[in-house]
Design a protein around this ligand. Structure first.
Ligand code: HSE
Length: 298
């Protein structure tokens, strides 16, 4: 989940659910063969598939003659705002590195995976990729050169609602203003510093106060039906705060305990039942591990 409200393109966290399942194997044939085991109809041409471009870039970097077979069972709906493309990209990069006996560093894995994000959204950003690879909460201090910092955080609960409307990341980026007022920038970097400090010092009130975005949210929230009502209702139900997940349309809220996270889910359901839009909800936690690898045979 990218941005964490105030940290556009620089903050993200890994969710425990939903998650995708991929099976990857090495082949002698110098090609990437993709099999989709879900119903999302994603391209199987490796040049047009997020996981495919990541694997092609890894093969090219090694300079060796080999390929990969990959089957992908996605549970994170593309275009949901909860890092569907990052999950494909990070999963493929981490698994490939394991098959290649860990020849690449974590930074290199993130770089390879970012090629997938570029295909999906037209822009290189690591705020979904880094937490997928590393687990937990990541700060992307810089992407040129890559400088990722893991932020320790308390065990928070995350409630996500995904209204079933499509918001393409590329569209949600195009509507943003290219310039910000200094007074807004001052507010925003105060919030980013407050949020990171709140996570590190486990100060829940500070986390809540800092989950405020005066630059991106006012523009993007118009794409999300019921956004203001949702935010108000969730906070009244006890959520620390939250906002748009990635580029939307999903909206997330952080809570201190599971009972509050479930109460927040009821508010979300109530809003979209009333508006009459289909939705999915998730009550989950921060995934501290990131991509999990299991060997199927030796
Ligand atoms: N930081 C990116 C954005 C995340 O908000 O456009 C998109 O996945």
């Amino acid at each position: 989940m990218a941005n964490l409200v105030c940290g556009f393109d620089i903050l993200g966290l890994a969710l425990s659910a939903p998650n995708d399942i991929m099976e990857l194997s090495l082949t002698e044939e110098p090609a990437v063969t993709i099999r989709n085991l879900d119903s999302f109809n994603l391209p199987t041409d490796p040049e047009k598939n997020v996981a495919g471009v990541v694997l092609l870039s890894i093969i090219e970097k090694t300079g060796r003659r080999f390929g990969f077979d990959i089957s992908i069972e996605k549970h994170i709906k593309p275009g949901s705002g909860i890092g569907s493309s990052a999950a494909s990209a990070a999963g493929a990069a981490v698994a490939a590195n394991h098959l290649l006996e860990n020849i690449f560093s974590t930074d290199e894995i993130v770089q390879f995976a970012m090629n997938g994000e570029t295909l999906a959204s037209g822009v290189k950003h690591a705020d979904n990729i880094a937490p997928c690879v590393l687990g937990g909460i990541s700060l992307i201090r810089s992407i040129h050169p890559l400088d990722i910092v893991s932020i320790p955080a308390p065990d928070l609960f995350v409630t996500v609602v995904h209204p079933q409307i499509e918001v393409r990341t590329s569209d949600a980026r195009q509507i943003l203003k290219q310039q910000v007022l200094l007074k807004d920038a001052i507010k925003q970097w105060g919030n980013i510093a407050g949020l990171v400090t709140g996570f590190m010092k486990q100060e829940y009130d500070l986390i809540g106060r800092s989950l405020e975005d005066v630059i991106i949210e006012p523009v993007r929230s118009i794409l999300i039906p019921g956004f203001d009502e949702l935010k108000k209702g969730c906070k009244e139900a006890g959520a620390l705060g939250g906002g748009i997940s990635g580029s939307g349309p999903s909206v997330f809220m952080l809570s201190k305990d599971e009972a509050t996270a479930i109460a927040v889910e009821s508010v979300m359901k109530g809003v979209y039942n009333r508006i009459g839009i289909d939705y999915n909800t998730y009550v989950t936690t921060i995934n501290k591990e990131g991509v999990r690898v299991e060997w199927l045979r030796s």
